[in-house]
Design a protein around this ligand. Structure first.
Ligand SMILES: Cc1cc2nc3c(=O)[nH]c(=O)nc-3n(C[C@H](O)[C@H](O)[C@H](O)COP(=O)(O)O)c2cc1C
Length: 154
């Protein structure tokens, strides 16, 4: 038996939020996600922009895969599109059971990310290296969230 160099698994997807979804629905969703993720040792980040979700999930391969199967069937969103699934060396969001950022909030001070995300959603190619399928994008998300001392939930 060799040493498993990539003990973690990661899934990234995007989806379109159910049009009737509101702030309270998202708060409920996050509370539910955080509780379950803590129990399943899953961490990650959920971004909400222009009625679309982008989520980064990381943890044990079987658990993350099972969660993604549940998420795909969740009625609170549609058009779930897998962007990445694969092994990773270590966690990116080890301090968050589910970090969350709502880009509709004009006070977020996350202009660079907002730009990257909007151009990504609009299929503009200028942000080729900074879109949610890249590790770099999530490293930037993490550092921006950290610098704004977004509440941690571990
Ligand atoms: C955009 C979105 C993100 C979600 N993220 C998570 C998550 O990180 N963890 C989680 O357990 N459930 C998450 N859920 C909820 C799951 O789809 C599911 O409702 C939940 O895991 C409870 O499933 P169960 O009642 O079958 O156990 C998310 C749902 C949506 C729509």
């Amino acid at each position: 038996m060799g040493i498993n160099l990539y003990p973690m698994f990661c899934v990234i997807y995007r989806s379109i939020a159910e049009t009737t979804i509101g702030q309270s629905d998202i708060s409920n969703l996050l509370e539910q996600a955080k509780t379950l993720n803590r129990a399943n040792d899953i961490t990650g980040c959920l971004l909400f922009y222009d009625n679309e979700f982008v989520q980064y999930l990381e943890g044990d391969r079987v658990r993350v895969t099972m969660l993604f199967e549940k998420i795909k069937r969740d009625q609170r969103h549609t058009n779930v599109q897998l962007l990445f699934a694969g092994h990773i060396y270590s966690r990116e969001f080890e301090d968050w059971t589910m970090a969350y950022e709502d880009f509709m909030d004009s006070n977020t001070g996350l202009k660079p990310l907002k730009l990257a995300l909007s151009s990504y959603f609009n299929q503009v190619k200028t942000y080729k290296h900074l879109n949610p399928t890249t590790k770099k994008f999530w490293v930037v998300v993490k550092s921006l969230l950290s610098s704004r001392s977004v509440e941690k939930f571990k």
